[in-house]
Design a protein around this ligand. Structure first.
Ligand code: SF4
Length: 251
């Protein structure tokens, strides 16, 4: 795509503006030196469902202590791993999902290491990952972004979906539809930065309930009909460490 076409695309140019303003407000997020292992990341995403990052991290750590090589989980009775991941909730369901998922990885991919997966084109990789039990666009794109270090991947979670729809960048009903609408319109090599900063912003400012529109750096370009610029609470502290903790970067 030419730079002219790029500038003429309203979604693309708005995402560029949003990314730049969030960088000024939150800074440029830095990757950890060591990328997470792809299989560990898949399992971490299962464990992160319906719980907070700290509890899912505990569940992940327990599971890793019990089964240092996760490929073994393809041959384990799900009941044996339930106590290890109980702290993260719905262990009965998650244990079955994990075992089925690892079975699918072992039979469908053979090698599931970073260098093998990097040889597969992103679109094909996302498609193949989505054929695994319990894996959707968000998780598949997380593998690409976090485990493979692909800065053009752009996972859409509930925070990203909510903010982009409030801003009016897209008008979509589900995170998957938002993902399909924006995945090829993010700033070049800007997927990591925009993804991380939107999540941070969604935790601190554009929260699901009572967003702090009065201190929003995107207020003037936000098209949400309910935005409210009246000051309600004390300003948010920029250095809130809990708001920055991310399970997928901490495994
Ligand atoms: S103005 Fe309010 S709703 Fe809009 S992006 Fe900012 S915090 Fe979110």
């Amino acid at each position: 795509m030419s730079s002219r076409q790029s500038l003429n695309n309203p979604v693309r140019s708005r995402l560029q503006i949003i990314s730049s303003r969030l960088r000024n407000f939150l800074g440029e997020p830095q990757r950890k030196r060591k990328l997470p292992d792809p299989l560990e990341l898949l399992i971490a995403t299962v464990l992160s469902q319906n719980t907070n990052d700290l509890n899912s991290h505990k569940a992940f750590t327990n599971l890793k202590k019990g089964y240092p090589d996760f490929t073994i989980l393809a041959h384990v009775n799900p009941r044996r791993i339930e106590p290890l991941i109980k702290v993260g909730g719905i262990a009965n369901k998650k244990s079955k999902t994990i075992v089925r998922l690892v079975k699918g990885v072992v039979s469908g991919f053979g090698k599931f290491d970073r260098s093998s997966l990097r040889k597969i084109k992103r679109v094909e990789l996302i498609e193949r990952l989505c054929s695994l039990h319990g894996v959707g666009f968000k998780t598949a794109a997380c593998v690409s972004l976090f485990a493979l270090g692909d800065d053009d991947a752009f996972p859409v979670d509930t925070h990203v979906h909510r903010i982009l729809n409030r801003l009016g960048v897209v008008s979509e009903k589900t995170p998957d539809k938002t993902y399909l609408a924006v995945r090829d319109k993010i700033p070049p090599s800007g997927g990591y930065e925009l993804h991380i900063n939107l999540i941070r912003y969604g935790r601190r400012i554009c929260t699901a309930l009572k967003p702090k529109c009065y201190e929003c750096v995107l207020f003037d370009i936000c098209r949400w009909k309910d935005k409210d610029g009246q000051v309600r609470e004390k300003p948010v502290q920029k250095g809130d460490r809990n708001a920055d903790f991310m399970i997928l970067e901490s495994i």
